[in-house]
Design a binder for this molecule. Structure first.
Ligand code: HBI
Length: 361
């Protein structure tokens, strides 16, 4: 536990959707968990987020304006684009006006603007980068922050860091979850789970193909972000035993997820971390994941799940066949060991202490 004094913190949320909508993907849960981890340690947290955001037990300053398009759909050469009346621009204009009331600003948005604005602010800005490298423009703006403020950038995994040429100069903080929200389930039903935004970078079609080959029902939870993509999968696998179960908030999701024999993780891209892997482990659910990105650093092969060669459905099917070799209690223990709120709170305080020490120097 660090002995840093209580801080007044301003969180700037993702610009692609209101908190609680699911449109922000994993970063919504990440922000909530970090607010709780730090709130438990007597820091005061205020959150700035798009209108319509809901977050229990923390003050949310709702900002109006048009949502940012998702960076992962932009392409590597994409220019920086913001609509008129941009919610992102309005959020950062608000932060500029109130910055003197805070000891530190923590940015969760994966956008060019917050990184570019960092030297323009008097209050230090810490950036928790939520995805791997996607566009040259954003890469360059993050690299510039590291040049000017060497301790200001943190990432979730080493694999995510490795996607940036400056990755070795970033802090890796993993993630943390309120494990009291997740109930351990010892006796699962005969079903597999897939959880995430239904979008091409998540590789859902492989999980559907694997469930069909294994003859085990697959339950799918998450925001239906790309409807044509989902319809293509349904057309391609008309007889697969799969059901789309909608987007559930954490309490309901973990109730259903815990009843599954395994979580399948089929990312096409370098998943920065893989929050759902921890949520599954916390419920005692083993994880079968492509050996790529954040999940490959989480799953202990043969102990809390199986890592399979990326993009190979047969690897998924082989792993499903031996899922009963995994002890579900070991899965819960791993979540408690590495990914609790207390562990994450320590890592965040260490990060902030480094930034504030540099500022003082
Ligand atoms: N795209 N432009 C942009 N900004 C974000 O904050 C953002 C995004 N795409 C996805 C995303 N955030 C989150 O879903 C991931 O960071 C988890």
């Amino acid at each position: 536990m660090n002995s840093i004094s209580p801080l007044k913190l301003l969180f700037l949320s993702t610009s692609v959707g209101p908190l609680g909508s699911g449109m922000g993907g994993g970063v919504e849960l990440t922000l909530k968990n970090i607010a709780q981890a730090l709130g438990d340690r007597h820091h005061t947290i205020t959150i700035v987020a798009p209108s319509g955001s809901l977050l229990p037990s923390f003050p949310v300053i709702e900002i109006s304006g048009r949502l940012q398009s998702t960076a992962q759909s932009e392409g590597r050469e994409a220019w920086v684009a913001m609509p008129s009346e941009s919610v992102l621009a309005n959020m950062w204009n608000y932060a500029r006006q109130v910055q003197a009331n805070y000891d530190l600003i923590l940015n969760f948005a994966y956008d060019w603007l917050p990184f570019y604005l960092t030297p323009f602010f008097q209050t230090p800005i810490a950036h928790l980068v939520s995805m791997g490298s996607l566009t040259d423009a954003i890469d360059h703006s993050i690299g510039q922050v590291i040049t000017d403020f060497p301790s200001a950038i943190a990432l979730h995994s080493r694999a995510q860091a490795a996607t940036f040429e400056f990755g070795d100069r970033c802090r890796v903080v993993g993630n943390g979850f309120d494990l009291s929200q997740y109930q351990f389930c010892a006796e699962p039903k005969n079903a597999l789970a897939w959880v995430g935004r239904l979008a091409p970078e998540k590789g859902l079609e492989d999980a559907v193909a694997a469930a069909q080959a294994a003859g085990i029902p697959l339950k799918i939870w998450g925001v239906l972000q790309d409807v044509p993509y989902w319809h293509d999968i349904c057309d391609q696998y008309p007889d697969a035993p799969v059901t789309y179960e909608g987007f559930l908030p954490t309490a309901a999701l973990q109730q259903e997820l815990g009843k599954c024999r395994a979580l399948l993780m089929t990312p096409r891209w370098v998943e920065a971390f893989g929050n759902v892997a921890i949520e599954a482990l916390a419920c005692g659910v083993p994880v079968i994941a492509y050996d790529r990105g954040g999940p490959a650093e989480i799953v202990q092969n043969g102990k809390t799940g199986w890592l399979v060669p990326p993009d190979r459905v047969k690897g998924l099917v082989d792993a499903i066949a031996k899922i009963d070799q995994i002890d579900r209690r070991t899965c819960r223990e791993q979540a408690e060991q590495d990914y609790s709120l207390a562990a994450m709170g320590d890592r965040m305080e260490q990060w902030f202490a480094t930034i504030l020490a540099r500022k003082a120097a």
